[in-house]
Design a protein around this ligand. Structure first.
Ligand code: SF4
Ligand code: SF4
Length: 326
């Protein structure tokens, strides 16, 4: 992203809100180099009326003491990609030379922890990693990780779901097992997806956008300044909200509510979702993960899997809610 674009984005975001969150995401955002992030922090400091929070999602391979210092100084919330033990992680996360990258991620965690940053971790679950959910969880505990998210691998292209992926059956196995391990763990581990579901069951806001049906809450800004609903829609011309620097950010972001994706939760959610007993927890799922049914309608790829997961969790939670003191 050019300095001009970054400056305009920061200034216009600060004119719109007293609190702004930037999530730096790629590809690999560290490829932008330390000076890019130092400039970003300088721009943020120059707009004193707005409180900025910076989150960064990295594969961890470039993190060294210099990066750790920048993150500590800028109070970044760091999230690293770590799919599990080496035999799980290195299967898909390789350098061009085919060498796996798990060693470097573990090293990055240690470097960050040495400067007082305990990173969160994103684990992508594939069909291959389903049998190893407890190994993945144990590794996070060994590394003293206290925040994690578990994301289903889902690559959807031209109507087909491509590998590496997680089948609906694999989803049920992975997430029910994960819930059972997590429910017995007293370490204070936070797992975003499971906490969101439990929170929703207790009548509070439920999880991320794929659970809340709220595509319109955030926006993705590409390095050329183009703005989309999220990374899953980048490059889809019909979903382009606009371009930073070409028109005011305020106008661009208004299209979150009038654009196609922003309207999906009110217009395209299948009628059966609205009648579903789990609707308040699921809201029809993620619209980028809708697949075709044989009758020509579309539905959320993990619909049945989510129903089974919600049912499993609600059965596990029932005794807790019944015995809770007033
Ligand atoms: S398309 Fe899916 S991932 Fe993207 S904002 Fe909407 S619910 Fe979230
Ligand atoms: S569980 Fe299935 S039917 Fe129910 S809201 Fe989610 S996607 Fe719709």
């Amino acid at each position: 992203m050019s300095e001009d674009c970054l400056k305009t984005l920061t200034r216009e975001a600060s004119e719109m809100a007293s609190k702004v969150e930037f999530l730096w995401h790629g590809g690999e955002p560290l490829l932008a180099g330390p000076s890019f992030f130092e400039t970003a922090l300088d721009f943020q400091r120059s707009t004193s009326r707005t409180q900025f929070a910076n989150f960064i999602q990295s594969n961890g391979t470039l993190i060294n003491d210099e990066w750790a210092g920048i993150f500590a100084q800028g109070k970044f919330h760091v999230r690293l990609s770590l799919d599990g033990p080496r035999f799980v992680h290195d299967r898909y996360r390789k350098h061009r030379s085919a060498r796996g990258s798990q060693n470097e991620v573990i090293r990055a965690i240690e470097i960050l922890q040495n400067v007082g940053i305990n990173p969160a971790v994103s684990c992508v679950i594939t069909e291959d990693s389903v049998p190893y959910v407890s190994d993945i969880y144990n590794l996070l505990r060994e590394l003293n990780i206290l925040k994690a998210s578990f994301l289903p691998a889902f690559i959807h292209m031209n109507g087909s779901v491509l590998p590496p992926t997680l089948s609906p059956e694999g989803y049920v196995r992975a997430y029910t097992q994960l819930f059972d391990i997590w429910a017995e763990d007293t370490s204070g581990m936070s797992i975003r997806e499971l906490e969101g579901i439990v929170s929703g069951m207790l009548g509070r806001p439920a999880g991320d956008c794929t659970f809340t049906g709220t595509c319109a809450t955030a926006a993705r800004v590409e390095s050329d300044g183009s703005v989309y609903p999220c990374e899953l829609h980048v490059g889809e011309h019909a979903e382009l909200y606009g371009r930073v620097g070409v028109e005011p950010l305020f106008h661009i972001l208004a299209r979150r509510y009038t654009g196609r994706v922003g309207r999906l939760c009110t217009t395209l959610v299948p009628e059966e979702c609205r009648k579903c007993k789990w609707y308040s927890l699921c809201h029809g799922g993620c619209y980028a993960a809708y697949v075709d049914r044989s009758d020509g309608t579309k539905f959320y790829y993990y619909c049945e899997a989510r129903k089974q997961l919600f049912s499993h969790i609600s059965q596990r939670m029932a005794p807790v809610t019944i015995t809770r003191p007033n």
